[in-house]
Design a protein around this ligand. Structure first.
Ligand code: CA
Length: 616
């Protein structure tokens, strides 16, 4: 009898526990956190993380949605659900139940199919019409001091720390969108805004620790959405920086990988990439060298993602679509492009365009030889038959040419001829108009510093960037003569003066001296570009430089711009006979910088000056 009582008591005390046991599994992560009804591709791979979830079977009762298959990995704490979301599925929320072998529900999660924005699939991308402003949000403007030190985030703002967080954020960017738009820019590329909760040097954003979260020190997801909306209202497209090649080693999944081959592992050691990107296109490459380049880690704190694994590939493809749809992106910049598996990246491009046919993506293939770089652009004539499907690549060879052209003493192959020679290589490029052109970025030394702090040279480079073929990209602060040697990254990623309360200078509102002059020049050139069909769409015709004077034309059937770059110290007069094949079609020229008429029979240009001339 006694025994029965104690059992009864035991049963009573166990009751609350039993209730919990019904749903004994706590779900830690479901990614993507939501999806949309009406996507073109009806497949959706859901990654679910929960202790022991691998032993359960998922079920869904929702019209149009079915669990087509389930993938278990070597880790029982994960389950991958392959859903089919048919055309009949309406926006709404449903339960996903995870049941055990006896039919008991061990866990339930709610899942939402959202309504897509009208016209979402038809969104445009960025094109040669655009000029892109690149900035690093931690270093631009601190619009919200309350997020400088956030609970759970390891690093807090410290402006004295060269490689620390400085407190800039999305609100700060939003508050200064007018500044960017007034410069004549039409698109914004920020270095990654996803969570980077690393122990140190997390400010740059390239060691992502949560692919579905905005870094709390930059703001919330809603802040990002609001910033994107505000940018669109001001005529600025938004390009999001993404990193598929590696994650930060503090990513939550590093404690318990979804499967052993989720990342490239090297027997517990860290083996860094050889960084030799020529291997990836090399027809004679050894397996060893290819592996070292693409499976070695980019850094000790950046685990290399195995995109050959279908689960990983789908995870990232869906992640990019989730961001496009969630915040309304106009483009993506993909970091360290050739380091990732090239077949996976090809599929990524195709699947993004399956949903958004007009979208654009730029890949960072940091390769300085045109013939090697050309391999990476969509429709390149590659001997191995590889087509990356990547529309835009960064013109690193042209960047190097700009640095040298305006700096060095003239010679047969030195000086301004470098620009001509670089563009003469366009026969190797599948689509020159889709090349991104720039004089610098957040990884290279600052242009003003390269050009020996000579505003005249910087203006020539600016005129060139605003008028050359392709999609223009400008790096924050060069318009106000920010300096920095690229050998230390912190030097080229300094805070924008005026972005922090109490800053001694304010380059947003109170520019002085040469900085003010340079700013106005940049604004003039890029605002003119916005109005010129020739610069945005026109063909390029150029002439071999003579005496360091480089002349080229951008033209359409109705519109023509002549650019004369005099890279010598002396004033020069053009031999109009030499340029007659273009000049004879026009009678009137206007100097865009000064607004003055240009005598086309005798075009004079001051030393170290670029003249941009609208022809009629
Ligand atoms: Ca802040």
């Amino acid at each position: 009898m006694k025994r029965y009582i104690s059992l009864a008591i035991a049963a009573l005390t166990l009751m609350p526990v039993m209730a919990q046991m019904k749903q004994a599994i706590k779900i830690e992560h479901v990614e993507p956190m939501n999806w949309w009804a009406g996507m073109k591709n009806e497949n959706l791979q859901l990654m679910v993380e929960a202790k022991g979830i691998g032993e359960t079977t998922p079920r869904i009762a929702y019209n149009g949605v079915e669990v087509a298959s389930v993938t278990q990995t070597d880790n029982g704490n994960y389950l991958f659900l392959n859903l089919k979301i048919g055309a009949s599925a309406r926006p709404g929320t449903f339960n996903i139940e995870f049941v055990d072998g006896r039919g008991k529900v061990k866990a339930t999660c709610k899942y939402e199919l959202k309504q897509r924005e009208t016209g979402s699939a038809e969104r445009g991308g960025f094109t040669s019409e655009d000029a892109i402003y690149l900035l690093m949000p931690d270093r631009f403007a601190n619009g919200d001091k309350s997020n400088d030190d956030m609970p759970g985030m390891v690093e807090k703002a410290d402006r004295n720390a060269d490689y620390g967080r400085h407190g800039g954020d999305l609100k700060g960017v939003k508050e200064h969108l007018d500044y960017i738009a007034d410069l004549g820019m039409t698109a914004l590329w920020m270095t990654p805004v996803m969570e980077n909760n690393m122990a140190s040097s997390s400010y740059h954003g390239y060691a992502i620790t949560d692919y579905y979260n905005v870094d709390a020190r930059l703001g919330s997801l809603d802040d990002y959405k609001e910033m994107c909306k505000a940018a669109h209202e001001k005529g600025l497209k938004v390009i999001m920086d993404m990193v598929f090649n590696h994650c930060g080693t503090n990513h939550w999944w590093m404690k318990d990988l979804p499967c052993q081959d989720w990342i490239y592992q090297w027997n517990g050691k860290i083996v860094k990439s050889s960084y030799r990107l020529s291997t990836v296109a090399d027809m004679h490459v050894s397996e060893y060298d290819l592996k070292m380049a693409t499976e070695g880690w980019f850094d000790d704190t950046m685990a290399d993602m195995n995109l050959k694994n279908e689960l990983v590939k789908n995870y990232f493809i869906q992640n990019s679509i989730w961001w496009i749809e969630t915040v309304g992106l106009d483009g993506i910049r993909q970091d360290t492009y050739p380091y990732s598996d090239k077949e996976a990246m090809r599929e990524w491009n195709l699947r993004v365009r399956e949903e958004y046919p007009n979208f654009n993506v730029v890949g960072e293939a940091w390769i300085s030889q045109t013939e090697k770089l050309a391999y990476w652009q969509k429709d390149a004539n590659n001997r191995d038959g590889y087509n990356s499907e990547l529309p835009t690549i960064m013109d690193f060879p042209l960047m190097s040419a700009i640095h040298a052209a305006f700096n060095e003493n003239p010679g047969w192959d030195e000086g301004i001829i470098r620009l001509y020679n670089s563009l003469a290589n366009d026969y190797l490029i599948a689509d020159p108009m889709k090349m991104m052109v720039f004089g610098e970025n957040h990884d290279a030394g600052r242009l003003y510093t390269y050009l020996n702090r000579d505003v005249r040279r910087l203006k020539m480079a600016t005129a060139f960037l605003a008028t050359v073929r392709g999609i223009a990209q400008w790096y924050v602060g060069t318009e106000v003569l920010m300096e920095g040697d690229g050998s230390r990254h912190c030097e080229i990623r300094r805070d924008f003066a005026g972005g922090w309360e109490g800053d001694a200078d304010d380059n947003f509102k109170a520019r002085k001296g040469e900085a003010a002059e340079m700013h106005d020049y940049v604004a003039k050139m890029f605002n003119y570009r916005k109005t010129s069909d020739a610069l945005r769409h026109g063909k390029l015709l150029h002439f071999l430089p003579v005496d360091e004077v480089y002349v080229y034309f951008r033209y359409t059937d109705n519109d023509c711009v002549m650019v004369v770059i005099n890279n010598s110290d002396k004033e020069q007069t053009l031999d109009s006979e030499r340029y007659a094949e273009m000049l004879k079609k026009y009678s009137v020229g206007k100097d865009i910088e000064t607004g003055k008429a240009v005598d086309l029979a005798s075009v004079k240009v001051d030393g170290r000056r670029a003249m941009v001339v609208e022809l009629k």
